[in-house]
Design a protein around this ligand. Sequence first.
Ligand code: ZN
Length: 305
Amino acid sequence: MARLTTAGRLTTLTAVAILTAAAPSLAQDRDFSKVEIKTEKVTDSIYALFGAGGNIGVSVGSDGVFIIDDQYAPLSDKILAAVRELSDKPIRFVINTHWHGDHTGGNENIGREGAAIVAHENVRKRLLSPQTIPAFNRTFEAAPAGALPQVTYVDGVTLHLNGEHARIAHLPNAHTDGDSFIHFTEANVVHTGDLFFNGFYPFIDAWSGGSIDGVIAAVDVILGIANDKTKIIPGHGPLATRTDLVAYRDMLQRVNDLVTQGIADGKSAEELVKSGAFTDIETTWADGFLNTEKFISIVYEGKRS
Ligand SMILES: [Zn+2]
């Protein structure tokens, strides 16, 4: 498809960086041996783990451990070691915020430790069969049986553990068609999954039912429950505040408006980027993952599909 001419101009290094930074990726594409798992304390009982792939949330306490997302399979031993630094109790649940392999790759390994895998029903559906993402020219194999969610929901479910209520809520057709965010109502902490990339352009997976309009609507829901004291664990990027999420929403809205207008005016994605309309947005948001050309082409294709 036309967008692949854009991808073709990327260097191999950039393409690999894109695939491993946030898009679902096959583990054999990269060497995980140098990846370190860094732990950041969010509250006395909630932590964030940063490694390669989606940020992991960890809840620890008297009832045991549950985690949100599990990155890539080759990192499972390091992730388990990092969790063991926080608690010696069993991992009871893994919540998948969506199906992408940089969030679900460790499912089979963590499940083998005895954890039940919990996700929206569309996450299970997508993991059951091969998935293709033309934006990255990639097809992903169906997940092994042991990696599939055993507990699924339609709208949401709540875990009452560790003196906390972790409300898991599905939001439709945003980053994918199976996104959930997790709201720790007592601690005032939110794990957004890939509804929020803190500080850089997101991947929006229209090929898995996502859309930029859906991401904006999802961000609005999260902004509706967040206040100035809310601690936000984004899908990618550093820990965030509500102010960071507002800035992200503003960027998405501006991009959405410009691309919508450009399509109405009969402009191609390339013409839109060349027009310079995104120059000021780019200085802040093109840092580190997708460049403007690639991001706009993804949004543009998503709006036309
Ligand atoms: Zn994702």
